[in-house]
Design a protein around this ligand. Structure first.
Ligand SMILES: [Zn+2]
Length: 279
């Protein structure tokens, strides 16, 4: 009788363990990113009209880009300050976020909760160096930790003019990537292998010297310091990779490696769309 009871108890324990197992396992499993809903069709239209990086992707990469934008938009709040946030702003902010980290499938902006959109240049209370660039977009610190501020006007202008080398959203998201390792110093240690740190720093110093000597077509604001150089040259790289490749080949090659991009011609306006290619 006692033996039967023990057997019964063992069976009961096994049954309970079997039933509870899936929920125990799921607790230890990495949570899969939840894609909420497909990107609204007008978002796709806006992407095709305004985002040359997206336009040159092949169909499956386009879908991946859209899904990652959706995930970003589901996790980061976008708030207009004295302005209304329109769909085009949501599309451009999310595209600016995804472009520099598209080579990193698991990347998420853990250091960003909210983007504040100001109508245009904002109070120089946030100004660091007194240069225009910094007051048209910035990554917050202190009370503004995990917040990015962008000028709506600059956000749109950065995508509208496909031949320029400037894009404020990409500039600020590259600062955020740089910040992920704890220091905003132009060395994105989270994505840069140790072996590349020295060649990267050498290239930064050489390029800054060229800017100072007026021998460069890189935005002079990049000569401010290594941090700004990294952000400025990343705008150039993602906006005009063809031009950067022809004018600054080594710099281009380093950025292809840093951002895990395919070394191929630009998604510039003059470049024909490659139906099978894409990064
Ligand atoms: Zn900057």
């Amino acid at each position: 009788m006692e033996t039967a009871l023990i057997i019964l108890l063992i069976v009961a324990v096994l049954v309970i363990a079997y039933l509870a197992l899936p929920s125990i396992i799921s607790k230890f499993k990495k949570e899969a990113p939840a894609i909420t809903a497909p990107l609204p069709s007008n978002f796709r239209l806006l992407l095709n009209e305004q985002v040359s990086f997206y336009k040159q992707l092949n169909p499956s990469k386009k879908t991946e880009f859209e899904n990652r934008m959706q995930l970003f938009l589901s996790r980061v709040k976008i708030t207009g300050v004295r302005t209304t946030v329109e769909d085009i702003d949501r599309v451009l902010i999310a595209a600016g976020a995804i472009i520099p980290i598209f080579g990193f499938p698991d990347w998420e902006y853990i250091n960003l909760h909210e983007v504040l959109l100001y109508p245009d240049a904002f109070s120089d209370g946030f100004d660091q160096k007194g240069k225009d660039r910094d007051i048209l977009g910035m990554v917050g610190s202190g009370a503004y930790q995990d917040i990015m501020i962008l000028s709506q006007q600059q956000l749109r202008a950065g995508f509208e003019n496909a031949t320029s080398k400037n894009n404020t959203a990409i500039h600020e998201f590259v600062h955020l990537i740089d910040k992920t390792d704890g220091a905003v110093d132009g060395i994105p240690e989270t994505i840069l292998s140790d072996l590349l740190v020295t060649p990267w720093l050498d290239k930064i110093h050489e390029s800054i010297k060229q800017i100072m000597e007026n021998r460069s077509d890189i935005n002079p604001y990049g000569a401010t310091n290594a941090t700004e150089f990294f952000a400025v040259v990343s705008e150039y790289f993602f906006k005009r990779p063809d031009l950067l490749e022809s004018k600054h080949h080594q710099l281009y090659e380093l950025l292809v490696t840093i951002f895990k991009q395919q070394p191929k011609k630009a998604p510039g306006v003059e470049t024909p769309i490659d139906p099978v290619g894409g990064d």
